[in-house]
Design a protein around this ligand. Structure first.
Ligand SMILES: [Zn+2]
Length: 311
């Protein structure tokens, strides 16, 4: 089986590795995402060159933050915290010319969903979704064994399902009250602050005692759960309600066999409690929520597997 270089480009880190089937056969090389688009291109070229030399790889699969066009050739927008000009980089063109190898670019959440479907915990599930719960919420959707792309390739932006008409909370996308604004790690901390504000200062106990509310973090609340802190349990319960709203929408639309949860916040999910909340909201058969197999390497592996399919 061919060896492929898998790359995951995120707002904070770029990871490289050589992949054979679904296995990473090199060390995972990680570097901080440079501050300019030009420097990103330079570090990508260096990383790819080193791995090709060492492993005789036959292709380059790239998972990136941002939306990607239908031809898997370029990033088209929504690149979050990547530097300005990143979406103008002609990654596919440059790498094809420089390295004379096939190149595929895919959105990172889509690549992660494909990895879980092809070789991870959703293996064999022809209809499955992977939802990444981190500082934001990302998604990839597999329908009848194929990645759902949409009209331009930007489908599966599941984090931006609106939760209410009220315009209460701004989302990172510029719109209001998206699922991500309430159910991501960022949303979790905002929920906690809002709930804490409603408690009169003299009644604040547990983790809230002597705490400046504006400094309350997601980490504080999750730590509090370990000690059965009353406030933490309340915040967590509200979070699971918000999660269940988004998941119910997705399940009702796609009727998937499974939903794979990945990302840092997935570790805080109580699957039993969440499943029973979802059950109250869905009108079709239940769906299994399962943890991801690949976690941090899902983008690398998924991009490599997607390229392999095309070779
Ligand atoms: Zn949004």
């Amino acid at each position: 089986m061919e060896k492929i270089i898998g790359i995951d480009i995120g707002g904070t880190k770029i990871n490289f590795a050589c992949v054979q089937r679904e296995n990473i056969i090199s060390e995972v090389i990680s570097c901080k995402t440079p501050d300019t688009a030009e420097e990103i291109l330079n570090s990508l070229c260096r990383g790819i060159f080193d791995l090709i030399e060492k492993y005789d790889a036959k292709g380059i699969g790239i998972a990136t933050a941002g939306t990607v066009d239908l031809e898997n050739s370029k990033v088209t927008g929504s690149t979050g915290n990547l530097p300005k000009g990143y979406e103008k980089l002609e990654l596919k063109k440059v790498f094809t010319e420089n390295f004379k190898l096939p190149v595929l670019i895919e959105n990172d959440a889509n690549a992660a969903a494909f990895a879980e479907f092809k070789a991870g915990n959703a293996k064999g599930h022809l209809n499955t979704l992977t939802v990444t719960l981190g500082t934001g919420i990302g998604g990839g959707i597999i329908v009848d064994g194929k990645l759902l792309k949409g009209k331009t390739g930007a489908a599966a932006e599941v984090g931006h399902i609106p939760m209410t008409y009220e315009k209460l909370r701004k989302c990172s996308c510029g719109s209001w009250d998206c699922w991500e604004a309430y159910a991501s790690g960022t949303g979790y901390a905002i929920n906690a602050k809002e709930i804490a504000q409603k408690i009169p200062p003299e009644k604040r106990q547990g983790i809230l005692k002597n705490k400046v509310i504006s400094e309350l973090t997601t980490y504080d609340v999750i730590e509090g759960l370990k000690n059965n802190d009353f406030f933490s349990i309340k915040v967590h319960d509200v979070w699971e309600e918000y999660l269940s709203m988004g998941f119910a929408s997705l399940i009702n639309i796609f009727e998937p066999e499974s939903i794979v949860l990945s990302g840092g916040m997935a570790k805080a999910v109580n699957y039993e409690a969440l499943n029973s909340k979802i059950k109250e909201r869905i009108v079709i058969a239940e769906t299994k929520l399962i943890p991801a197999q690949f976690e941090n390497n899902a983008g690398i592996i998924g991009a490599a597997l997607l390229l392999l399919e095309k070779l």
